[in-house]
Design a protein around this ligand. Structure first.
Ligand SMILES: [Zn+2]
Ligand SMILES: [Zn+2]
Length: 316
């Protein structure tokens, strides 16, 4: 089968073996796959990943031991737990220490004609959700995770730092639940585009401190320090990107101002599927381009261009 393969460089491979059948796992023909910031990081060395990247997808089950899944249009949770540890027993496979992660850790991903995931990871997509919207379920689920981690109030002043694809998804999730966040981004063109999505987008350097909640979606190491400077005393910071991994910063204000800091990564798919099916979120205006898988390498370059929100790949 054809795949995009990463090993120090990204390349198209035409003769990659199809995933072999495994008990408890289904074979999915990928319909659409989205390129996200994590994929771009992988091509810069993140996780030292070697293999087929891609974890945002929708597809159709072509082979499964679970007959209820065969032929179904699905999306898939990307973390595959061991099924034996405490985290897995708690239904938290995404925190299993022995997990594999689709296209990120020890498991080939979605930039391929076919992928394989455990049956339990696959969620049928309601008919009301088009493929072009379903492909956003994974990042949207990560956005909805915020509600499970922080007790937000409708009256909270909420700032989202970062006007890229992640910031836009988080803003859309908040809007769908009747919160009114400001999205702080850079570049006139990008801010205008966020505004056309109905989001309250402002230039990042015009933000004044005093927010109840600051959500860092910048994807750069300075985002965390900026969030500390903008949140009010006893306010809450949610970190949605791992970019601050190597940042040197002064953490004293977290103690002095008694700031709650919450790390936030992946989320359950159900809230995202419900919001899409009800039409409360429509991420399709974020799509800049749908490229054939064969043009995957140049599609990655497009996705890396900051003026773009989302580039999708279509393997068929
Ligand atoms: Zn992603
Ligand atoms: Zn486990």
């Amino acid at each position: 089968m054809r795949v995009l393969y990463f090993d120090h460089a990204l390349e198209l491979r035409a003769d990659y073996p199809e995933p072999a059948p495994i008990a408890g796992e289904s074979l999915v023909r990928v319909t659409l796959a989205g390129i996200c910031g994590t994929d771009l990081e992988i091509t810069r060395g993140y996780m030292a990943y070697r293999g087929v990247p891609g974890h945002e997808f929708t597809g159709r089950v072509v082979q499964s031991g679970n007959s209820a899944l065969v032929g179904r249009r699905v999306v898939g949770e990307i973390n595959a737990g061991c099924g034996r540890c405490r985290a897995c027993a708690d239904g938290m496979a995404r925190h299993c220490p022995n997990r594999t992660v689709l296209g990120i850790l020890g498991r080939d991903g979605a930039f391929a004609e076919y992928l394989r995931l455990p049956d339990a990871n696959l969620k049928p997509v309601p008919d009301a959700i088009a493929d072009e919207a379903a492909v956003f379920v994974e990042p949207l689920a990560a956005a909805f995770e915020i509600f499970e981690q922080a007790a937000l109030k409708r009256s909270d002043r909420i700032a989202i730092l970062g006007g890229g694809r992640l910031g836009a998804m988080v803003a859309m999730a908040l809007r769908s639940e009747d919160f009114a966040p400001v999205v702080a981004g850079r570049g006139r063109e990008r801010l205008a585009r966020l505004a056309t999505l109905g989001l309250n987008a402002i230039a990042a350097d015009t933000l004044e401190p005093g927010f109840d909640v600051v959500i860092d979606c910048t994807g750069n190491p300075e985002g965390f320090a900026r969030a500390i400077a903008l949140v009010r005393r006893r306010g809450t910071i949610l970190l949605k990107s791992t970019a601050a991994a190597g940042a040197a910063m002064n953490l004293a204000p977290i103690v002095i101002n008694e700031i709650n800091v919450i790390g936030s990564r992946c989320g359950r798919f159900e809230p995202a599927l419900r919001a899409l099916a009800a039409g409360r979120v429509d991420p399709r205006p974020l799509i800049d381009r749908i490229a054939p898988l064969d043009d995957g390498v140049s599609a990655f370059a497009l996705a890396a261009d900051k003026s773009h929100f989302k580039v999708l790949l279509r393997p068929a």
